[in-house]
Design a binder for this molecule. Structure first.
Ligand SMILES: *[C@@H]1O[C@H](CO)[C@@H](O)[C@H](O)[C@H]1NC(C)=O
Ligand SMILES: *[C@@H]1O[C@H](CO)[C@@H](O)[C@H](O)[C@H]1NC(C)=O
Ligand SMILES: *[C@@H]1O[C@H](CO)[C@@H](O)[C@H](O)[C@H]1NC(C)=O
Ligand SMILES: *[C@@H]1O[C@H](CO)[C@@H](O)[C@H](O)[C@H]1NC(C)=O
Ligand SMILES: *[C@@H]1O[C@H](CO)[C@@H](O)[C@H](O)[C@H]1NC(C)=O
Length: 394
């Protein structure tokens, strides 16, 4: 790049770049007062490594020819970084950046390399529909929302130092089912969604204020060794390879417990929820369930519906202690009839036909919620793939 030396009084104000001359106009600036906006131009690489500070944001919008953008001396900026719909962009690096308001990379279909190796503070961190294969954001300490969704090439996600999210954490719909490493994460105040992942390490996570959802994952076994409480519901949906899991410290679930539609035989044994005492909503356990027990359960505020598609023993701590539940209970299974009781005696309410329609209503209600959830998720994926295809053909 031609380094045009401007006098020291050069106006280091907002940069709106569409040409080499625009870039050169700030090539001697270490601080920009205002935002940096990069629009489509003939430029294929832009190196703004002279800039150390920006009192504003960085917006890279709708470029087609730009392939590489470097801002490797930038330490902090007061605004957001937004990279939106840059069809040719393959790499972005801001290796010295430690502070940003929001970081948002959305719909950059060729963005493969993202180097934010010093980023320690961000508000929202949002990576939607890009081509990064590994996301190593290993300096980030805290954030509000962390959202990583629908990226086509993502195989590995690592936030080595992330300790808390004051909002939600969502890792969802990344096509290549990434391995997710969150070894320092202790607290998420709102919801957590893990969907389409193949491995999880979140062994220090101790509290989750909102919902905790595991859906469509390829995880076979996992444990959340430190998790003590979940403010919302705990949901496992269509985790087809899941065989077992452990939450050894979990004592309370604020709302319901829903485990359904896993195809691999799943054992929810005494070491799955060894301390779980209180569930603030209903319990729905359904699918290829081999065993189910909550050895320390004392209180379920809602109905309990257990339905297994295999040989199953309905005798468990809940069915044997109906006084622990404030709703009705049902336990059904469709394996070998000689295996055990279909209906535990205390659950005989379900055998009363005038009551069973009520229980079926509840079962179908919860299933229609699940199907709606999956339907919208699939719709979103199809929509995004469609957008990407249309755009590549333009
Ligand atoms: C992008 O590059 C092509 C080919 O060099 C050129 O024709 C086109 O004008 C460039 N786009 C812009 C916005 O300059
Ligand atoms: C990121 O940018 C996209 C496009 O402007 C927007 O829809 C999305 O809400 C933004 N995400 C965050 C967390 O700001
Ligand atoms: C980022 O760049 C630094 C310095 O060049 C390098 O050590 C590091 O491996 C890179 N990180 C990523 C995630 O690419
Ligand atoms: C999780 O990661 C930490 C740190 O990298 C490691 O010490 C621990 O063994 C891992 N736990 C699991 C279950 O993989
Ligand atoms: C079935 O339920 C109805 C309505 O609650 C009740 O009147 C009836 O006694 C029950 N029958 C048996 C056999 O429990």
């Amino acid at each position: 790049m031609v380094n045009l030396k401007l006098p020291i009084f050069a106006l280091c104000l907002s940069l709106v770049s569409a040409s080499q001359a625009d870039i050169e106009s700030v090539s001697s600036c270490s601080k920009i007062v205002g935002s940096v906006v990069i629009l489509d131009s003939a430029l294929s690489t832009i190196d703004l490594s002279n800039i150390e500070e920006i009192e504003g944001g960085v917006y890279v919008l709708g470029t087609t020819n730009l392939t590489s953008l470097k801002m490797d001396s930038l330490k902090s900026l007061t605004g957001d970084i937004l990279m939106l719909k840059n069809s040719g962009l393959t790499d972005f690096s801001a290796k010295s950046l430690s502070n940003v308001n929001n970081f948002n990379a959305t719909l950059n279909p060729n963005l493969r390399e993202l180097n934010l190796s010093s980023l320690s503070i961000a508000l929202d961190f949002y990576i939607f529909s890009n081509s990064v294969s590994a996301l190593n954001i290993n300096s980030l300490l805290n954030a509000r929302d962390v959202t990583i969704i629908l990226n086509s090439q993502l195989e590995f996600i690592s936030f080595q130092k992330l300790t808390s999210c004051s909002g939600s954490l969502s890792i969802n719909g990344n096509f290549l089912v990434p391995d997710v490493q969150l070894p320092s994460l202790t607290q998420v105040q709102k919801n957590i969604i893990f969907s389409y992942i193949s491995n999880l390490n979140a062994s220090l996570l101790s509290s989750n204020g909102g919902e905790l959802v595991f859906s469509n994952n390829e995880i076979q076994e996992f444990s959340l060794d430190s998790l003590k409480s979940i403010g919302g519901s705990l949901t496992f949906l269509e985790n087809d390879k899941l065989k077992s899991f452990e939450m050894p410290e979990l004592t309370t679930i604020g709302k319901g417990l829903l485990i359904t539609d896993n195809s691999e035989p799943l054992s929810i044994q005494d070491n799955s929820f060894p301390k779980l005492a209180s569930i603030g909503g209903m319990v729905v356990i359904s699918g290829n369930i081999k065993t189910f027990n909550l050895p320390e359960i004392k209180n379920v505020i809602g109905n309990v519906v257990i339905q297994s598609f295999g040989d199953f023993n309905c005798n468990n701590k809940i069915t044997q202690n109906p006084e622990y539940i404030s709703g009705f209970g049902s336990c059904k299974w469709t394996g070998n009839p000689s295996f055990g009781p279909h209906y535990n005696p205390i659950y005989s309410i379900i055998t009363n036909t005038s009551q069973s329609s009520v229980s079926n209503g509840i079962i179908f209600e919860s299933f229609s919620y699940i199907k709606t959830f999956i339907f919208y998720q699939v719709l979103l994926i199809i929509f995004v793939v469609f957008i990407i295809l249309v755009w590549r053909n333009i």
